[in-house]
Each structure stands twice: as C-alpha cells, then as structure tokens.
Design a protein. Structure first.
Length: 251
C-alpha cells in the first residue's frame, strides 16, 4: 500500500486501518455468501446440496467409464501381498455362533427373504481369486489376496432376475452395519463375496464366514460378515453415508 506523503504518521495509520477493516469486512461478506450458496436447498444427509452435486458429477463420470468389463482394477503378484489391518468391528458380534450363520437373500420384487443359505451352499459357486490393493478412505492401502464367488454369479443363481434392480443392500446379521451399492458396481467382474483371505479362511475379525470385496469402492463399502442381501430399486441405507461420507464411495 502506497504512503501518502501529505499525511502525518498518525493520519496514515488511521487510513490504513480503515482500509484494512473494509477489506476484512468484504472478505467476511463473501465468505458468508459462499456458505449460504453451498447450503442452499435441502441437504442430502449431512452433505450440502452444492457439494452433493460435485459428488454426483464424479459418480456420473465413474458410471460412464469404470464399470465396463474391460475396465479392471490393477492386480498384483503374490509376492506383494501384505497383512491388512483390522479397522472396525461394527456388526461383528464376538459372541455370535458362526455355525448358525445363514445368508438371507431377498430377490428383486420380493417382500421377504426367498432363501437362507449356508456357507457350504454359497461355496458351490465357481471360485474366483484376485490380488488387489484394498484402499481405505482414511488414506492407507494394503495389497491383499481374496477368493470367493463373483457377486454377479451369486445373483444369477440365488436371485435370478435381480440384475434388473438398481441397487443392492447388504447388512450384517445383527443389522448394526449396512451398505448400499449401485448395480453396475455390484455386477463388476471383480466384485466378490469372499470366504478366503491371503490363502486362509477369513477369520472373525475380517468378516467370517463371508464378506464383500469390491475393489472399485473404498473399504467402507466392503462389508464384513454379510448376513442379508436385498435387491431393490430404492437406494439402500448406508452406515457411513448417514455420517457424512459419500454414498457412492467409488475410487
């Protein structure tokens, strides 16, 4: 800021102070206006509509480019496999008797579960194996081997016709943890319902007897100990989306 030589030091200081307050006030007004603009309209959960619009745009780009069968997540050699950490235990009741575990399946259009499957029945599906980089929304990742069945194969056998649904909802047996998936992601050829991790049966901490592995999503979507699957045209509730995270959660 240039100094006016005609003013005394005291007058110059007063001039600069007034200008500083004007700039500061203008910035505050702009900030408030921006905040109002971001929050105008009905919020989607805890996410302001303007920010939801950005997330929706990102979702649209992902839907149009990522979910062709030809677009696969990078896979890795066994030499790069690491030990994935246990990051949460929501829905993993330590007192649950896994011998009594059953998978409830509600096909598209049904009101009630049509079947309650044992892990042995699930394991009759063709086995698929993949080594992918499991990515957490917190910023860490671990190369991990998983084996199980494609969710698309599971759907075709145990909920035929449900491919027409828009979404898939999954819950733990106690319904404490739950996720919602868009159908293109669920039908992606690398999306597995897995019973094996790093060459061993999945242990209780990582979701035994059956968990979701969906490499095109962050770990928050990779629900452990699936107890219920439902195919629907209504976007299912999602545990972390209710707490301010993006429902889509795509990479």
């Amino acid at each position: 800021m240039a100094t006016d030589s005609r003013l005394t030091p005291k007058q110059e200081m007063a001039r600069r102070t007034r200008r500083g307050f004007m700039v500061l006030g203008g910035g505050a007004v702009a900030a408030v206006a921006g905040w109002i603009a971001l929050n105008r309209g009905a919020a989607d959960g805890d996410i302001p509509p303007a920010l939801r619009g950005i997330l929706g745009f990102n979702e649209g780009v992902a839907r149009s480019t990522l979910f062709a069968d030809s677009h696969l997540v990078k896979t890795y050699p066994p030499s790069e496999v690491g030990n994935i950490k246990v990051n949460a235990d929501i829905g993993l009741d330590p007192d649950e008797n896994l011998d009594d575990w059953r998978l409830e399946v509600t096909p598209f259009g049904a009101k009630e579960p049509a079947s309650k499957l044992t892990i042995a029945e699930v394991r009759t599906l063709p086995r698929r194996e993949e080594i992918i980089d499991f990515k957490c929304v917190e910023g860490w990742s671990t190369v991990t081997q998983f084996a199980g069945a494609r969710l698309s194969d599971f759907t075709a056998k145990y909920a035929p016709g449900s491919e027409r649904a828009q979404c898939v909802g999954m819950k733990t047996p106690d319904e404490e943890y739950y996720v919602g998936l868009d159908m293109p992601s669920a039908q992606h050829p690398q999306t597995l319902i897995a019973w094996e991790m790093n060459g061993q049966p999945i242990n209780s901490d990582h979701g035994a007897p059956l968990r979701l592995v969906i490499p095109v999503k962050y770990g928050i979507k990779n629900i452990k100990r699936i107890g219920k699957i439902e195919y629907t045209d209504t976007r299912p509730n999602d545990y972390w989306a209710e707490r301010g995270y993006d429902w889509y959660a795509g990479l």
